[in-house]
Write a new protein. Structure first.
Length: 162
């Protein structure tokens, strides 16, 4: 990246249907990264989310970061009713958090998280949750910088593995 790109401002906005192709590219980047951490992902192209549906869902806030009119990152918050045994009534799940490698270390992810936090607070959401693979230390570090802490370890046993 040239010096002028370091100086170019990244702007943040709500995603629209025109962003679906870029978001799908970001999702592919996430899946490709996560394959190293998850042997249970099936081969070939997979999609974690119905992006088109999420963009129009009032329970979801989808943010796109762009520079010079090109999408360089994204993330969403989806408001859910919390499980009845939890102290908070509503929580939000954060997902599809991605930043183009050329724009990492420019606080893009942190800004997206902060925008999603603000939106969730405005909707009386009591807690944010997200999932990250245990071995994905770069992602864990980024989320910890945004105030998240490690909470639960999900364990698995593949009955066909042994």
């Amino acid at each position: 990246m040239g010096d002028d790109e370091h100086m170019t401002e990244v702007v943040y906005r709500t995603a629209t249907i025109r962003d679906v192709a870029a978001i799908r590219d970001f999702e592919r980047g996430i899946v490709n990264t996560e394959r190293a951490f998850d042997p249970t992902l099936k081969p070939g192209e997979i999609h974690y989310y119905d992006v088109e549906k999420m963009i129009s869902d009032p329970r979801v806030r989808f943010i796109v970061a762009e520079c010079r009119g090109e999408a360089v990152g994204c993330g969403f918050a989806r408001i859910d009713v919390a499980k009845s045994h939890l102290a908070h009534a509503r929580q939000a799940y954060l997902g599809l958090m991605y930043v183009d490698p050329k724009f990492r270390r420019r606080l893009v992810n942190g800004t997206i998280v902060n925008l999603l936090k603000d939106w969730c607070r405005s909707k009386a959401v009591g807690e944010l949750r997200l999932e990250v693979y245990r071995g994905n230390t770069a992602a864990i570090s980024a989320y910890e910088k945004s105030g998240f802490s490690q909470h639960v370890i999900e364990m698995r046993l593949g009955l066909d593995d042994a």
